[in-house]
Design a protein. Structure first.
Lengths: 240, 393
């Protein structure tokens, strides 16, 4: 009647025929770094313009038309959570500070419309999200990927990585504060759901991940042989 | 095709939510498929135990670090809702059991959008006094609230204590039944312990074992001063890095560690629901060092109650008590024998089977139908478990 505890051993993931997953990973990350440097320079140019700032504020107001309602409460919550630095004119009404920010780019108060986030986080929010499909990577390769991402972060090459993995080394990614999503391997999925096709599951999960995280770029470092399922999800997303 | 039961668990400080969910899941009858959807870093353990697991990072880990803020939480709730809707669509569970202290906005939205599913809140009691009002207002969204039994229920001063009437009561939920534990000799052999010595099990999440000013460091030093003692340190199954242990200390890691509890004469542990009930239920005299920094779990009250009942001793960091004195009570043969006798009197049923039986019963009943009582109803304390679709609370 009772299940488990069991010692289900996971089959070793398939690797590319030439076994050169590591080299592929290295090349892809180097390519990513190169593109990132270019992207960061381009964004810096765009974001230093007044037109960009004005447009951003207008978009925020359009997205949150009720920003004035309850602004004080939101401000309070954000201040408590460290989301907003001390305001230069704390006693002034939200609208005044907000409008003040439009004309004074260096004021402490950045945004008083939701989402209430600090200038520091606004910078972080501009970093491109890169989704790494790392299915089937062996622990060594996953460690190398994580190591490179951490080094890129330390060097100021800002990306927001999202690792999609079927590894159970959650501790590895958690230790460095990397966001990750877990997808069961094909073996694991089929063992529990023999009546279902893994391919369909994978496609649906990838579609959901693409919708949820809206990555700027998807990089596959998967060593598992995967057919067009998840790639189809990526293409569908990019064509929308 | 058989029915599916989905267990959703929060990301707690330890493995309490996951352990309760798995304890029930492994007792479901054949033909009912359990799936675990968790926010916990303990998801790999669920897989190891032979269950199918779906994982979503909790809001705290979404952006990296613990910096999840308001905007992130709004986004996370959307993520959670979409993911849960997808899981419901994929697996079509008849029953969903949520084990957590706060039903998220995303969860509430899905409950409202899924009226055909039986929604159960497995709501562990013993909340810190005055906390959790925001959670309790969501009670009525569930079809049923189940409260896992609490040995220290008499000391429960939390908000759920006043609302116990709205919940079905089951005995304390443990992962293993007592007869699943290894016999002492087998456990000693598997752990490499020397027979005849006083075996001490230590499981304390916080603190550096090599820092003699920390609770865990002080415990190690005190126990190692006693030549009879052989100390075993349990490393967290979800901790990233291995702990460097002092010489002579045996390390154990894995799940469920309760398998080995017959090998131990004494234990030192925090007072979280899971380990607390395992130690009491399996009769191990224990020193409880409660974690006072939990969000909601009143570990301090639980640990004090154990001491008041004479089934363990309690020491609070920053409190007035002397840790060395408390450990001295545990290693004293006479006092430990008395404690063991009181523990034998305190034995309780494992509520996991009762809840599993009821969940299986619900899985076979259409929502809205009044069904017969499940056979294991005698295991329920308090009100008998009828298949009610009325909303409690």
């Amino acid at each position: 009647m009772s299940r488990g505890p069991s010692k289900g051993a996971e089959a070793a993931p398939a690797r590319d025929p030439d076994g050169s997953t590591g080299q592929d990973l290295e090349v892809q990350i180097q390519d990513l770094e190169h593109r990132l440097d270019h992207e960061i320079r381009r964004r810096q140019t765009v974001e230093s313009s007044t037109a960009y700032h004005l447009g951003t504020r207008l978009l925020q107001v359009a997205e949150w038309p009720t920003w004035g309602v309850g602004a004080a409460g939101r401000l309070g919550r954000a201040a408590l959570s460290g989301g907003v630095a001390l305001l230069p004119e704390r006693a002034s009404v939200a609208a005044k500070v907000y409008l003040g920010k439009l004309v004074d780019r260096d004021a402490e108060a950045w945004v008083l419309v939701p989402p209430l986030i600090s200038a520091r986080r606004r910078v972080a929010a501009r970093f491109p999200t890169v989704l790494f499909v790392a299915l089937g990577l062996e622990d060594d390769d996953l460690e190398r990927l994580v190591g490179r991402l951490v080094r890129m972060r330390q060097e100021g090459r800002g990306i927001r990585p999202l690792i999609v993995t079927n590894s159970v080394r959650f501790d590895l990614m958690r230790r460095y504060g990397l966001t990750f999503e877990y997808l069961p391997s094909a073996d694991e999925y089929v063992r529990h759901h023999p009546e279902r096709a893994y391919e369909g599951y994978l496609q649906r999960r990838m579609e959901q991940l693409m919708r949820a995280y809206r990555p700027d770029r998807v990089i596959s470092v998967a060593s598992e042989v995967i057919t067009a399922g998840w790639m189809g999800a990526v293409v569908d997303f990019s064509e929308r | 095709m058989g029915q599916t039961v989905l267990f959703i668990t929060s990301n707690g400080a330890g493995l309490g939510h996951l352990t309760r969910a798995m304890a029930v899941a492994r007792r479901l009858p054949e033909g009912i498929k359990p799936i675990v959807f968790t926010l916990s870093q303990g998801a790999p353990i669920v897989r190891e135990q032979g269950f199918f697991v779906e994982y979503l990072p909790s809001a705290d880990y979404l952006e990296g670090g613990q910096a999840a803020r308001w905007a992130t939480r709004v986004r996370w709730n959307t993520l959670f809702r979409e993911r849960l809707l997808q899981i419901l669509d994929l697996y079509e569970p008849a029953v969903v059991v949520f084990d957590g202290t706060y039903p998220y906005n995303g969860l509430i939205e899905v409950i409202e959008a899924s009226p055909k599913v039986h929604w159960i809140w497995c709501r562990r009691a013993m909340w810190r006094p005055g906390l959790g009002k925001n959670s309790l207002v969501r009670t009525e969204k569930f079809d049923l609230v189940v409260e896992p039994g609490e040995f220290a229920a008499e000391a429960d001063a939390g908000l759920t204590a006043e609302r116990r009437h709205e919940a079905r009561q089951v005995a304390p939920i443990c992962y293993l039944d007592r007869d699943e534990l290894l016999p002492r000799e087998a456990a000693e052999a598997e752990l490499g312990l020397e027979p005849g010595r006083l075996h001490v099990f230590m499981q304390l999440g916080a603190g550096n074992i090599n820092d003699i000013s920390s609770a865990v460091g002080m415990c190690v030093r005190r126990f190692q001063a006693d030549p009879r003692v052989q100390l075993v340190f349990a490393e967290s199954s979800i901790a990233g890095r291995a702990v460097n242990l002092p010489a002579g200390v045996v390390k154990v890691r894995g799940y469920p560690l309760a398998r080995f509890f017959n090998a131990f004469d004494v234990a030192v542990s925090a007072a979280g629901y899971n380990t607390f009930h395992e130690l009491i239920g399996y009769g191990v005299p224990s020193l409880f060092i409660p974690n006072a920094d939990t969000a909601l779990d009143d570990q301090v009250a639980r640990a004090r109650y154990a001491e008041a009942r004479g089934v363990g001793v309690c020491w609070e960091e920053g409190g007035a008590g002397d840790l060395s004195v408390q450990i001295g009570r545990l290693v004293d043969d006479e006092e430990r024998t008395q404690m063991r006798a009181r523990l034998a009197d305190a034995v309780f049923e494992n509520g996991a089977l009762a809840l599993a039986t009821y969940v299986a019963h619900l899985a076979g009943a259409k929502k809205g139908q009044v069904a017969a009582r499940p056979r294991a109803s005698s295991l329920f304390r308090g009100r008998a478990p009828v298949a009610s679709t009325s909303r409690d609370g």
